[in-house]
Design a protein around this ligand. Structure first.
Ligand code: C5P
Length: 238
């Protein structure tokens, strides 16, 4: 299922490789985030990309434009399929990231990776937003950052499923929306506060879903992924 990206939030390359081997064919790609990357480095990214897996490198770069451009160029050289920066890093930073991805991909004669921006982390709620000094509501802030992302030439955003509607209204049908915060009705929410089921998120217009613990912490990860993929297929055909 193309739309289902599984977060390989594990500590070792061996665990990541084992999960990828079990989930290949059901998952449409694998997300490697700061936990695994900090522990194992770029080798596991290159390894999975080298076997043809779509790798979403979720390091959420957030720094001055020159530094982010260098990091994005390095990630592009690893062969990632998708990567991200924080939209709150601003337009100059996002444009520098986009230019770096395109230039590096052209140099390596490969397609540019999808470059998306994080709007607001899905673990944040309204109170957390006001704690960091954002006085607008969540939807307004997400809409503003999504519009800035599109104007900066990026391909899309990461956002809670609850914000898909406002993003679609501001950014149009081609804009990629990647949604974490996916939980089944009976799943533990953990630190995610704005959740939806996979089928609901797709029906609402998400382009890709990122699912971590409901799959990787399941007794049988492949069966859990198959269940979610099958829910997604029903949502897409109904
Ligand atoms: O385990 P769970 O399904 O909550 O995993 C969601 C994944 O998506 C985690 O790897 C988390 O870092 C990531 N993510 C997120 N919210 C964002 C961006 C990425 O939860 N805004």
């Amino acid at each position: 299922m193309d739309q289902l990206l599984v977060a390989l939030d594990v500590d070792t390359a061996a665990d990541a490789r084992a999960l990828a081997d079990r989930l290949r064919g059901v998952a449409g790609g694998f997300k490697i985030g700061s936990r695994l990357f900090t522990r194992e480095g770029p080798g596991i990214v290159e390894e999975l990309a080298g076997r043809g897996d779509r790798v979403f490198l979720d390091l959420k770069f957030h720094d001055i434009p020159n530094t982010v451009a260098g990091a994005v160029a390095a990630a592009t050289r690893l062969g990632v399929w998708m990567l991200n920066v924080h939209a709150s890093g601003g337009s100059a930073m996002m444009r520098a990231a986009r230019d770096a991805a395109h230039q590096e991909a052209a140099r390596a004669s490969r397609p540019a990776p999808l470059l998306i921006a994080v709007t607001m982390l899905t673990s944040l709620n309204q109170q957390a937003l006001s704690d960091i000094g954002v006085i607008d509501g969540m939807a307004a802030q997400v809409g503003r950052l999504a519009a800035l992302t599109e104007a900066s030439g990026l391909d899309g955003v990461v956002a809670s499923p609850h914000e898909i509607d406002i993003i679609r209204r501001r950014c149009g049908r081609q804009f990629v929306i990647v949604t974490p915060g996916i939980r089944g009705a009976t799943d533990v929410k953990g630190d995610q506060s704005r959740t939806m089921t996979a089928a609901e998120a797709l029906a609402s217009g998400a382009t890709y879903l990122v699912v971590g613990r409901p799959i990787i912490a399941a007794h049988d990860p492949r069966a859990a992924a198959e269940r979610i993929a099958s829910d997604c297929r029903s949502a897409l055909t109904s």
